[in-house]
Design a protein around this ligand. Structure first.
Ligand code: FHN
Length: 451
């Protein structure tokens, strides 16, 4: 390699390091590199794929998790749902096994959604699945046990917004038809929700973290989020706190989340904040159009669209948290299960270019995205090109990669390279093309410096 090429390769490698170093030395909240928190953030970035589960008494109505608000159901009427909730077909082990087969590394399940009903055994209210339903068992305990057995981390979704609690006052932007008394003690509500967070961080063994939502309902309220995040980190030093507030991250948060769009995109109108380099990222996505079970929603994304979402997220440095809305009987709709299994099969063959990677040094291109691994410890890094455009016949890389060897994932015949004015052109042979995502592994011939 000439000196010029070496310098160019060095610049590219610096870019790789800059785009891939996780957690440490990033942002105001960067934890000490050896702390459990830093390790948990790295593990979270490695995981890449999680399963989101929206399940509650609302699923009985089959109209999504916002039905109480959308259909203007007052609390007194909505309270008739829990006595009908008896998910006799719920099998936590089956859920965990499906998650495992899908290749997800963590599950995020609704412990309490905006309707205020606790899907776990809470000693702070009777409005919970153990006290108020004929089922009378704690499904989240069963799920926590099954996830642990199947080596899957469990996160709890917790809605700060509560359409039921009498102390959630002043009311926020939503839930105004719940027929609640105009009054209540906000500080009592904060103590209540923090008490429930304490329960979730105490009674289920080691958890992955808490995933908050609903702050946007009352953005000016005194939520004491710093106190809440401190509580989580004290009780569970390896648990992460995240908040789907749709704005730039607050102090104490361990990851930044995006909804229905990849970081940097905003077709759904939720992602007003820029992706920050300071934190791990996650994008949550519905598999059809709904989060909670909607019996009329058949608009399922195809396996190809879902692979593109997963890879598109990874190429932007984010995890994909893909949602399912189980039925009231506790089963996962077959259309959702089929798609999860399809993703699992795809990951079985291609996971090497996804799990444990970081976004690649080449930003998203019209032909696809890049991921990379092996950016420290004396190893030579690999950049994975994910060619998502089915008819892309060639890709052009920066000239610094002129000496790199490009092979289809799992293949042995290097791709034809040609120096062109724009850089290095790789030609993708027809027989290297793969369904959904043609992956090319580009081995960079210069080892990275040791840490
Ligand atoms: O209102 C919720 C919605 O029901 C769902 O839980 C999603 C998941 O990201 N978040 C909220 C809207 O931001």
């Amino acid at each position: 390699m000439s000196t010029r090429d070496r310098l160019a390769a060095g610049a590219l490698l610096a870019a790789i390091v800059a785009t891939t170093v996780a957690g440490a030395a990033r942002g105001q909240d960067a934890p000490a590199p050896e702390s459990p928190n830093a390790a948990a953030r790295r593990a979270f970035e490695d995981a890449k794929f999680g399963l989101f589960v929206h399940w509650g008494v609302y699923s009985l109505l089959g109209k999504g998790e916002w039905v109480m608000n959308n259909d203007k159901i007052p609390v007194a009427e909505y309270r008739k749902l829990p006595p009908q909730f008896n998910p006799t077909k719920f099998d936590a082990e089956e859920w965990a096994k499906l998650a495992r087969s899908a290749g997800v590394r963590y599950v995020t399940v609704t412990a309490k959604h905006h309707d205020g009903f606790a899907m776990f055994d809470s000693k702070l209210t009777d409005y919970d699945v153990v006290d108020a339903t004929p089922y009378a068992k704690d499904p989240l305990r069963a799920l926590a046990d099954a996830c642990r057995k199947n080596r899957i981390k469990l996160f709890f979704y917790y809605s700060l917004l509560d359409w039921h609690h009498p102390d959630y006052f002043p009311l926020g932007k939503t839930g105004r038809s719940a027929g609640r008394e105009p009054g209540g003690d906000w500080s009592r509500y904060v103590a209540y929700y923090q008490g429930q967070v304490r329960e979730l961080c105490t009674n289920y063994g080691e958890i992955g973290g808490i995933w908050f939502d609903g702050w946007w309902d009352a953005p000016d309220a005194a939520w004491d989020l710093e106190g809440t995040y401190r509580l989580i980190h004290e009780l569970q030093p390896g648990a992460l706190a995240g908040n789907n507030h749709h704005v730039a991250p607050f102090p104490g948060e361990d990851f930044q989340m995006f909804e229905q769009d990849l970081p940097g995109e905003n077709s759904a109108g939720f992602n007003k904040a820029e992706a920050t380099a300071a934190l791990p990222l996650e994008t949550c996505l519905t598999m059809n159009r709904s989060w909670g079970y909607d019996s009329g929603d058949r608009a399922y994304k195809s396996p190809e669209e879902l692979v593109h979402a997963l890879v598109g997220a990874a190429g932007r440095g984010a995890n994909l948290l893909l949602n399912v809305g189980p039925k009231p009987d506790g089963t996962i709709p077959p259309e959702a299960a089929e798609r999860l299994l399809a993703l699992g099969r795809w990951l079985e063959a291609n996971g090497k270019a996804v799990y444990g990677t970081r976004k690649g040094p080449i930003p998203p291109q019209p032909w696809g995205v890049t991921t990379s691994r092996g950016t420290s410890g004396g190893r030579a890094p690999t950049i994975y090109l994910h060619v998502l455009k089915p008819d892309a016949k060639e890709v052009v890389l920066p000239e610094a990669l002129a000496e790199a060897v490009a092979l289809p994932l799992g293949g042995t015949t290097p791709l034809k390279k040609e120096i062109v004015p724009e850089g290095v052109k790789l030609t993708i042979p027809d027989d290297a093309r793969a369904p959904y995502d043609t992956i090319i592994a580009v081995d960079v011939p210069v080892p990275m410096p040791r840490d």
